[in-house]
Design a protein around this ligand. Structure first.
Ligand SMILES: Nc1nc2c(ncn2[C@@H]2O[C@H](COP(=O)(O)OP(=O)(O)OP(=O)(O)O)[C@@H](O)[C@H]2O)c(=O)[nH]1
Ligand SMILES: [Mg+2]
Ligand SMILES: [Zn+2]
Length: 371
């Protein structure tokens, strides 16, 4: 007799379920009952849109699930897997969230609060497509920032340069990019061409194809508003599912056409998450991880005269001699940002206390002198 669970698993693999996630279920029989596993395709305020491998379901989050996640500074995000139960009226409720194998997250600074909030962008993704236009959007410093973000999350990345048709020399830009970020695969294209889908499928083949066991890969589009994320998503889906919007004429910036993250299935069986352009992207992680994206800095630092050289104004600095000023400036900026953000609320409190007591001592000394 054939095991009905095998079919359920095969169906869920088709929307990206990995063996490591299945292992979190107390029993595989759970897949065969009413309490099924589904993938989060959209998150609205209290409601979710879930996929069971065949069709979409509207659902809600159990308040206790939401509260439990909030307690640990987490939230349900597009790409998550949840166990679903049904109420007497047939309504779907997400009861439990499987621990994601990775999360792309950024930091949100809450002004006036003693807390740094972490905002999850998406969960359980294999590859991030870092989308950047070859128009005014093109900016290697921003790309370095995105590259650090994905490294921190352990997500692979491919750069997709759109608007090759609007650029005099796309090959030169591509060469520039490869020289700066040699570890990042990159392609360029005009995403509005009728054959854009074929170009993408050929060039992104390895990242778009299923595993040997039929597991679909999950890709997420990241980039500024107007970069062409939804245009690329539609090309891969082979339909105009996502709205796209013309950029502003004066400065070619996007108009924030996409307002929510959403997961879609391509005809060849890849999961694509389209996202709105982020206005700010603060890193969520610590300074040590910058090394992967700035390995030239790490390498050259070995030849600096001082072991603890910060590559700022020290004499005999090999990094300043070998890395472009803009790139080094960005490195310092990202490093400061990551350091500041990794400080916990307690550490920050301790710092303020220390500062206050030093201030007090200084004042007392001053009074002593005067007195
Ligand atoms: N000429 C040209 N236009 C493009 C290309 N890619 C995208 N566009 C246009 O750029 C505009 C913005 O594209 P979208 O796909 O809506 O951009 P987006 O990244 O989804 O933007 P948000 O949803 O606002 O984050 C649209 O008018 C697209 O037709 C390209 O390769 N060449
Ligand atoms: Mg969009
Ligand atoms: Zn140095």
């Amino acid at each position: 007799m054939s095991d009905p669970n095998v079919n359920v698993v095969a169906r869920l693999r088709g929307i990206g379920l990995k063996p490591s996630l299945i292992q979190q279920l107390p029993s595989i029989e759970l897949l065969d009952t009413d309490s099924t596993l589904m993938r989060v395709c959209e998150v609205q305020r209290a409601s979710l849109t879930l996929h069971d491998g065949v069709t979409l379901w509207p659902a809600r989050q159990l308040p206790s699930l939401r509260a439990d996640l909030t307690d640990i500074g987490d939230t349900i995000a597009v790409g998550d897997w949840v166990q679903v139960g049904r109420d007497d009226f047939g309504g779907c409720w997400a009861q439990r969230r499987l621990v994601p194998f990775n999360q792309l997250a950024r930091r949100l600074h809450q002004e006036g609060r003693d807390k740094v909030a972490r905002a999850v962008i998406v969960s359980n993704v294999d590859t991030a497509l870092l989308v950047m236009g070859l128009d005014h959007d093109y900016n290697l410093r921003r790309l370095e920032r995105y590259a650090v973000l994905v490294r921190l999350a352990g997500v692979a990345a491919v750069v997709v340069l759109t608007k090759a048709d609007l650029c005099a020399d796309p090959a030169a830009r591509l060469a520039d990019l490869r020289a700066t970020l040699p570890d990042l695969p990159a392609i360029s294209l005009d995403a509005t061409r009728p054959d854009a889908a074929e170009l993408l499928t050929t060039q992104l083949g390895p990242w778009l194809s299923r595993d040997a066991d039929g597991t679909s890969p999950t890709l997420v589009m990241l980039g500024s508003s107007g970069a062409g994320k939804s245009t690329l998503t539609n090309a891969l889906l082979g339909s105009q599912r996502q709205s796209t919007g013309a950029n502003r004429e004066d400065d070619s910036r996007g108009r924030h056409t996409t307002t929510a993250r959403s997961l879609h299935l391509t005809p060849t069986g890849a999961c694509i998450i389209d996202t709105p352009g982020l206005r700010t992207l603060r890193l969520d992680g610590d300074a040590e991880h910058l090394g992967a994206v700035f390995d030239d800095v790490a390498r050259l630092a070995l030849s600096c005269r001082f072991r603890d050289c910060r590559h700022e104004a020290e004499p005999g600095c090999a990094v300043r001699a070998g890395v472009s000023a803009e790139r080094l400036h960005n490195f310092h900026k990202l490093q400061r940002e990551a350091r500041r953000d990794t400080k916990s609320a307690l550490e920050r409190k301790a710092e303020v206390a220390q500062w206050k007591s030093r201030h007090r001592e200084a004042r007392e000394r001053l009074q002593d002198k005067r007195g």
